[in-house]
Design a protein around this ligand. Sequence first.
Ligand SMILES: [Zn+2]
Length: 374
Amino acid sequence: MFFRLLFTDLGGERRFASAVAKRLESLGALTQGDRRAGPSLSAYNYDSAYGKKALKILYTGITEMVRPGCLSDRADKMKSFIRRAEAALNSVGMEDIYEKQSYDVRRFLNRLLGIAPDIQNRLFEIFVHILDDLVQKARIEGNLDIGIVDLKANVIELQGTPKTVYVDQTRGASTVLFTFILDRGVSWELANTKLNEKQKAEFVSSGDGFYKSKRHWLGKHRVILTFESSNSAMYKIVRPTTGESTRDMHIEELTRKYSKVSSLKEAKIGWEDDYEASSKQCMHGPYCKFGKSCSAGSRLQEVNVLGGAILPVWGNIQTVLSDQVRQMDKRLRIVRVETTSDNRRFVGVRIPNEAVETVLEGFFLFLCIPSPFL
Ligand SMILES: [Zn+2]
């Protein structure tokens, strides 16, 4: 699929391109297909965190009468331009750039439309230059935030056949629901392999090994595996149920909540017990108040991802997500999934399990409305 964004050279008109690009980019897939192929859509997404930063630098430059990186022999010309730019911004109600609190890119682009073309274009050019610099710098430092999360688990498989849930009448593009089952668990064998590999590769740390929780949880001690992390006093935590934790634990917390298990046999029993139980139920046990859809601390996790043509059903997804109870579920989450047995890759919007039915119902309503009314 190709998207072409058309706009004239007038700075303010890029506002529209920016609005469209933002929407497309949040879908991720479109711009991530092949990042080597030409400039990505993000080149036109001004309304981003980097856009805000660029605007801040631009405003500061205007209020302090300096243009970062400007040649000193042209300082006079620059000063005269800055004075005109300031007057022009004032004339469209942007007196408040001194207050430095509103770095609202959309408002800036909107107001820019009301300014004479020569100043409009130059201001916009400066803004884009600053933005390009910022993005380039972030890319070099390797921390450009592309907003896509890779789903990780030891086993990831597609469950059943992907369902076509919506077909766009005019273009014939379809929206597909993929359901994945993720197994995050770590078997006793795998845990030992991890421990042995770590001890072969690096020095043996006395803190490495199996621990059990001091407190009971559903009548049992929980067993974990820890490795000293490269950060001092921090430990990596591996659980039989959910695998390696994204959060490292400080030694103080580790020794307060857990005690080292000296007998491998004891560790094995606890580990395998948890590993087995977590394949059938969440950490709250068989009587979890959240019901069947709760997957907290559970080895197996169902993940629903909507892929294919997303734009035609965009409004519907947004509405359903904004109605979700949990803050985490309200956010639009673009995920990338790779199946572990056959390495097939998927990109799409993650739909909270509780919301799948509602999303699909919304598509059904779409289909029922006669096309002249759409
Ligand atoms: Zn639960």
